[in-house]
Design a protein around this ligand. Structure first.
Ligand code: SAM
Length: 234
């Protein structure tokens, strides 16, 4: 089991359970256990073979590893030093996405796992600007957003490996657009929780957000419109 997380939790974020908890409330142990879903296939369908990829918020490499197996060159970034300790075969960088300044541009930047729904729009906009800073002018940014009906479908749960991932609550906050989401990860030997702030964005609001960072939505990559390709504007 990895050591404790040295960074303080982000405002409105928290987590409980064994092992290190990243500043956004994610458990390292949970992300070691969760299997990859369709993310690597979605990415592979949207970028050229062998592309260089920047993966901010890589966690323990759940998605990084299958991308490496598909022949992509991945630079994996996470603000928690405990998460990328588990990444194998990729260059890793420990940094918040917002302040990332790599001296390199990538064929594609993956903004996966929904940070585009950050409760604080200043954080969201800084994330998108970091994506723009690091993508080649002829590259793309792949953004994963929430399903449009997800807030109405609470509670809901799905199986993941030998565990259960449950969105248990989405409680109101002082901002009508922002919910305090409580997620539970129930495994046979232990349970973890994560609480985070998530901003609801309908399709129009979502499409406006990248524009402020010099990106333009180009295509929805999946039928449920949760994966989006954005291109450098102009
Ligand atoms: C929900 S986990 C997902 C990990 C990985 N993308 C996956 O799908 O398995 C989110 C990860 O992003 C990291 N993270 C969240 N916000 C971040 C930020 N602003 N800058 C850098 N890392 C961040 C967390 O430390 C955590 O490892």
């Amino acid at each position: 089991m990895s050591g404790p997380e040295p960074r303080r939790p982000r405002e409105g974020h928290g987590g409980t359970g064994p092992g290190a908890i990243a500043p956004d409330g994610c458990s390292v142990e949970v992300y070691i256990r969760l299997p990859a879903g369709d993310e690597p296939d979605v990415v592979a369908s949207a970028v050229p073979a062998g592309a260089s990829l920047l993966e901010p918020g890589c966690g323990t490499g759940r998605v990084t590893h299958p991308l490496l197996e598909r022949g992509f060159a991945v630079t994996a970034v996470d603000e928690s030093p405990r998460m990328p300790e588990h990444v194998r075969g990729a260059r890793t960088v420990c940094s918040p996405i917002e302040t990332l300044e790599l001296d390199e541009r990538f064929d594609a930047v993956l903004l996966s796992s929904f940070p585009v729904h950050a409760g604080d729009v200043r954080v969201r906009d800084a994330l998108l600007r970091a994506c723009r800073r690091h993508v080649a002018d002829d590259g793309c940014v792949l953004v994963q957003r929430e399903g449009e009906d997800w807030r109405e479908r609470v509670p809901r749960e799905r199986r993941a490996g030998d565990g259960l991932v449950r969105i248990a609550a989405a409680d109101p906050t002082g901002d009508p657009k922002v919910s305090a989401v409580r997620c539970e990860y129930v495994f046979p030997d232990a349970t973890w929780t994560q609480t985070f702030l998530s901003r609801r964005m309908d399709r129009a609001e979502f499409e406006e957000a990248p524009a402020g960072a010099g990106l333009a939505v180009d295509a929805y990559l999946t039928d449920d419109r949760t994966w989006v390709r954005a291109l450098p504007a102009g």
